[in-house]
Design a protein around this ligand. Structure first.
Ligand code: ZN
Length: 324
């Protein structure tokens, strides 16, 4: 059993969100008012805070920063419904749906077209995205040390369940291995993303990717749920069913195979499967049976993501490969 340290001063501090004080041993839902729709309907951000009587780590779970990525929302909804987030030590803060605007419009982005995950750390008086980012950074992030931010592939990309993180960081890698998604993939931090800005505040946020936008993927949802339970167990926040030893495949290198030509894309492999060097993984044909080009894997590895769009343009990202 690995011993996990946490900041005792942080955990002893009061948790106050939107002016609501959450004492030890309490579970509350706090609705933070964001803004009104043009209809004047009030949009608020439901935040669920679960606090144990005993001190321990603070864990933040966020989903739906991209409003059309539903799997993560469903992961958190199921965990909340099962009361699986109630900790025996420390506190869990769950925000199942961050981008309410994108959710109701089946859109990744906010109504002004901005990507919320490029609006961090935000400002109180800026665009809607920067305001929402500022609320997360100022009201929620100070109360936690760790987090998992749930995503799916965007733009018709399906991702096999994976944690994306910075493998060079020992703590991050240990948390990712504890989560034990099928794949753990090296991913540099993106400027103005939630993960990067939270890390600048000393917080460790793992990004979970599973399935594709606008679709429920039962396997990705189940893997997300299991991962949260394993992580809580690893952080000694709560005992869940006995965790198997980490079996996640750690992929330090990853490459997108892009379309060499425009046309109809046929993948020969499913996502999640191993591939060998020079194995043909897909082809692109014209619509008339006159021309075709084949894409081959440059190395022994795994398919971690796959474009589900059959009609592609030259340069489109088609097959995401990872290698140990
Ligand atoms: Zn996303």
């Amino acid at each position: 059993m690995t011993y996990v340290t946490y900041d005792l001063r942080l955990s002893m501090r009061d948790i106050v969100i939107n002016g609501v004080n959450v004492p030890a041993g309490k579970q509350v839902q706090i609705n933070i008012g964001i803004s009104r729709l043009p209809t004047h309907t009030l949009i608020d951000l439901p935040v669920f805070v679960y606090r144990a009587k005993t001190d321990g780590p603070g864990l933040l779970l966020t989903a739906g920063i991209h409003g059309d990525e539903i799997n993560g929302i469903e992961v958190l909804r199921r965990l909340i419904q099962e009361k699986a987030l109630l900790p025996e030590r420390g506190s869990v803060i769950a925000i199942p749906l961050v981008n309410v605007y994108g959710f109701i419009a089946s859109s990744r982005n906010l109504p002004d077209g901005k990507d919320l995950n490029r609006c961090f750390p935000g400002t109180p008086g800026g665009s809607l995205g920067t305001r929402l980012a500022y609320i997360l950074m100022s009201e929620v992030v100070p109360h936690v040390e760790y987090g998992v931010d749930f995503h799916t592939g965007g733009a018709r990309i399906a991702n096999y369940p994976q944690i994306r993180c910075t493998l060079d960081n020992d703590l991050t890698r240990q948390l990712a291995q504890a989560f034990n998604a099928p794949f753990t993939v090296q991913a540099d931090m993106i400027d103005k993303s939630f993960r990067k800005e939270a890390s600048r505040k000393g917080k460790t946020i793992l990004v979970y990717e599973g399935g594709e936008s606008l679709r429920l993927d039962e396997f990705a949802i189940e893997q997300g749920k299991l991962g949260v339970k394993r992580l809580m167990q690893y952080l000694a926040m709560r005992k869940h069913a006995e965790s198997p030893p980490p079996t996640t495949t750690v992929l330090r290198q990853n490459t997108w195979l892009r379309a060499k030509a425009s046309g109809i894309f046929n993948a020969f492999v499913d996502y999640g499967v191993p591939v060998s060097k020079n194995q043909p993984v897909a082809n692109i044909t014209d619509p008339y049976g006159q021309a075709q080009v084949t894409l081959k894997s440059p190395y022994d590895g795994y398919v971690v993501g796959l474009n589900m769009m059959p009609v592609v343009n030259a340069g489109d990202a088609l097959v995401h490969l990872g290698a140990e």
